[in-house]
Design a protein around this ligand. Structure first.
Ligand SMILES: [Zn+2]
Ligand SMILES: [Zn+2]
Ligand SMILES: [Zn+2]
Length: 274
C-alpha cells in the first residue's frame, strides 16, 4: 500500500494565491516540485488524511477514485485542511452513492460541528458517519490498517491532531501543523519504532519558531531526538512536508539544507510504499 503526498503546501498554496514574492515567482518559472497544492495525503484508495480546497484537483491529478473512500481522517478544522462544503456533493442528485457506501469522517469536535452544518445535520442522507477522535485512542480502519491520533501544538482553540498509522506491521507518522510535539505525544511515541516520519516544515529557513509550526532546523532536531530515544528505526525515512513560500527556500534550497541530514523534501505526488 502506498502513502501518497497529494499536497505539500501550507494554507495559501505555492505559488500563493496573490503573491509575487521571490519564492512564488520562482515556482511559476520552474514548475514541477515547486508547485504545491494544500497538504493532504492518501493511503491506498480508501483512507485519506484531510480534505482541503485542492482535494478535487488532486483526485483528478492522481486518479484517486473518491467513491472508494471509506475513512477521512481530519487533523483540524483550518481551511487548508478541511473544506466540508465539498462533502455536500455526496447528496442524491449530485452523486450516485450506493446504500452500503458509508464514508466515516474522523475528527475533533469542531470538525464534527462544521461537517453537520455543511450537510444540513443529516449524516444518513449523505451516506456519512462521524467519529470524534481523542488523542491516544486507536481507530480501526480498512484492511487491518489502524490510526492513532496524537495531540499537536498548533491551535489551542481546538484539539488539533496528527496520525500514527500502522500498516502491515509498519509504522508511519503523518505530522504537519504540529509544532514541537507536546510532552504527552512524545511519551506515546516512545512505545513505537517508526519506519517513516513526515514532519512539519512550514517555516522553512526561519529559525525562531517551534510553536504552531516548525522550520527546517526544528525538523532536524525532532528527527535527531526521535532517533536518540529509539522512536525511529535506524533505517527510517524522514520526509519534510507542508511548506510555506514565506519560509524563504524553494525546493532545491530545501534539498540542499536537508540532504546532509538524510531528510527528504516532500512534494505533490511523492509516493511512499509501505
Ligand atoms: Zn496547514
Ligand atoms: Zn509568495
Ligand atoms: Zn493549521
Amino acid at each position: 500500500m502506498d502513502f501518497l503526498i497529494c499536497g505539500s503546501a501550507a494554507a495559501e498554496g505555492w505559488p500563493a494565491l496573490f503573491c509575487d514574492c521571490r519564492c512564488c515567482v520562482e515556482a511559476w518559472k520552474r514548475g514541477g516540485k515547486d508547485v504545491r497544492t494544500r497538504t493532504t495525503y492518501q493511503l491506498g484508495d480508501t483512507i485519506r488524511v484531510d480534505f482541503g480546497p485542492d482535494s478535487y484537483a488532486q483526485m483528478l491529478r492522481f486518479q484517486l477514485p473518491f467513491d472508494r473512500l471509506r475513512h477521512l481522517l481530519v487533523t483540524h478544522s483550518h481551511q487548508d485542511h478541511w473544506h466540508p462544503g465539498e462533502l455536500y456533493f455526496r447528496r442524491p442528485g449530485f452523486s450516485v452513492v450506493a446504500e452500503e457506501n458509508i464514508l466515516t469522517v474522523h475528527g475533533n469536535a469542531r470538525v464534527g460541528e462544521t461537517l453537520l452544518a455543511a450537510i444540513d445535520n443529516d449524516l444518513a442522507y449523505f451516506r456519512l458517519d462521524f467519529h470524534e477522535v481523542r488523542p491516544g485512542e486507536w481507530i480501526s480502519l480498512d484492511n487491518g490498517v489502524r490510526a492513532l491520533p496524537l495531540a499537536a501544538d498548533h491551535d489551542r482553540s481546538e484539539t488539533c491532531v496528527f496520525y500514527l498509522f500502522e500498516v502491515d506491521g509498519k509504522f508511519l507518522l503523518q505530522a504537519n501543523d504540529t509544532g514541537w510535539f507536546p510532552d504527552a505525544t512524545w511519551a506515546m511515541l516512545r512505545d513505537y519504532s517508526l519506519d517513516v516520519v513526515v514532519l512539519d516544515s512550514t517555516s522553512g529557513s526561519i529559525k525562531d519558531g517551534k510553536h504552531g509550526h516548525m522550520g527546517c532546523n526544528w525538523v532536524v532536531t525532532a528527527r535527531d531526538q526521535m532517533l536518540k530515544e529509539g522512536i525511529l528505526k535506524p533505517e527510517h525515512r524522514c520526509i519534510a512536508n507542508h511548506f510555506s513560500h514565506n519560509g524563504g527556500w524553494i525546493h532545491e534550497e530545501l534539498e540542499a539544507y536537508y540532504a546532509p541530514h538524510g531528510i527528504e523534501v516532500g512534494y505533490d505526488g511523492l509516493r511512499i510504499p509501505l
